[in-house]
Design a binder for this molecule. Structure first.
Ligand code: MN
Ligand code: MN
Length: 317
């Protein structure tokens, strides 16, 4: 049965250090026609406020993803038994013009989601979630959101600019792209300028879960509450790698101590099983700050966990 679906190239057929440099060593194809889900890169970092480098994220995540095998040993998810998945390459962003890049990203995702293909996006800084969700709205209407991040990303502006990597979720609320009553932010922490950074999302109906409320415990019970909050319609997952502690994911532009563990990141994504997930992204991996490649490896694994909870995934249990 698995023969009908694309399969990642196995490590016994071609050594993992050879072969295609696609996500999970999947076949590549142009466009999303015929796919249930796709991996797509957005090599973009001109929305960052501090350390750049996420333009190199998609390529490095793909490189580290060569270690991934197709079956999830813990959850028993076997996504390639029941979904047609491919790597459809990168969005050709304009690296000199942020607003033009945002337009290009939205138009690219319009075509991906038109036929119901669920995009799993390799970022790129967090600016990219705005045009992705603009495209999502045209297909699905406002979506619920599970957002993992050290930062709320609800600034009204940065240096007077309304589109940057610290503003996407303010714009998403204003433009009706997300349903605040079905939105949860997990992992928030650090120093700030004003209490409003964490109070404004609450005023919009979001559930805000501080990183410190996650310390030293399993997040499985939290995810029961999260599922209750976000269910009832399509849900998007946006995972900023800086939600994790820099001990696990140092290669990012705006690291904050006291973050989630990578196991807690897995618990969050595994806890999304059963929701109507319509897409997700993994953003803010910055290879210049990631000499070991571990941050990109963690990112690749988180994208695999997202794939494993998409609707229609087969489980061998
Ligand atoms: Mn972010
Ligand atoms: Mn962040």
């Amino acid at each position: 049965m698995a023969d009908q679906f694309n399969q990642p190239l196995g490590g016994n057929d071609m050594p993992r250090f050879g072969g295609p440099a696609t996500m999970m060593r999947l076949p590549s194809q142009q466009g999303a026609a015929g796919l249930d889900a796709c991996f797509v890169g957005v090599p973009f970092d001109i929305g960052t406020s501090n350390r750049a480098g996420t333009r190199h994220g998609p390529r490095q995540i793909r490189a580290e993803s060569c270690l991934l095998r197709p079956y999830n040993m813990t959850t028993r998810a076997a996504p390639f038994d029941s979904l047609q998945v491919a790597d459809i390459g990168d969005v050709p962003v304009n690296p000199f013009n942020l607003l033009d890049a945002v337009r290009i990203i939205e138009e690219h995702f319009d075509t991906i989601v038109a036929d119901g293909c669920k995009p799993l996006t390799l970022g790129g800084d967090h600016t990219i979630t705005l045009p992705i969700l603009r495209a999502m709205k045209k297909k699905y209407g406002p979506v619920g959101l599970v957002h993992v991040d050290a930062h709320a990303d609800i600034n009204d502006s940065m240096f007077g600019e309304r589109i940057a990597h610290g503003t996407p979720f303010r714009r998403c609320v204003e433009e009706g792209l997300i349903d605040g009553q079905r939105t949860v932010q997990i992992g928030l922490r650090g120093s700030g300028y004003t209490a409003e950074d964490f109070d404004w999302p609450v005023s919009q109906g979001f559930r805000v879960v501080l990183a410190s409320d996650c310390w030293n415990k399993s997040l499985a019970p939290l995810m029961e509450e999260v599922r209750e909050k976000v269910r009832g319609g399509p849900v998007y997952v946006s995972f900023d790698i800086d939600g994790l502690d820099p001990a696990f994911a140092p290669g990012t532009g705006t690291p904050e101590i006291g973050g989630l563990t990578s196991a807690q990141g897995q618990e969050i994504l595994r806890g999304c099983r059963g929701l109507d997930i319509v897409g997700g992204d993994l953003v803010e991996v910055s290879p210049p700050y990631d000499p070991s490649g571990n941050t990109a490896l963690v990112g690749a694994n988180m994208l695999f966990e997202m794939l494993c909870v998409l609707p229609g995934v087969a489980y061998r249990d």
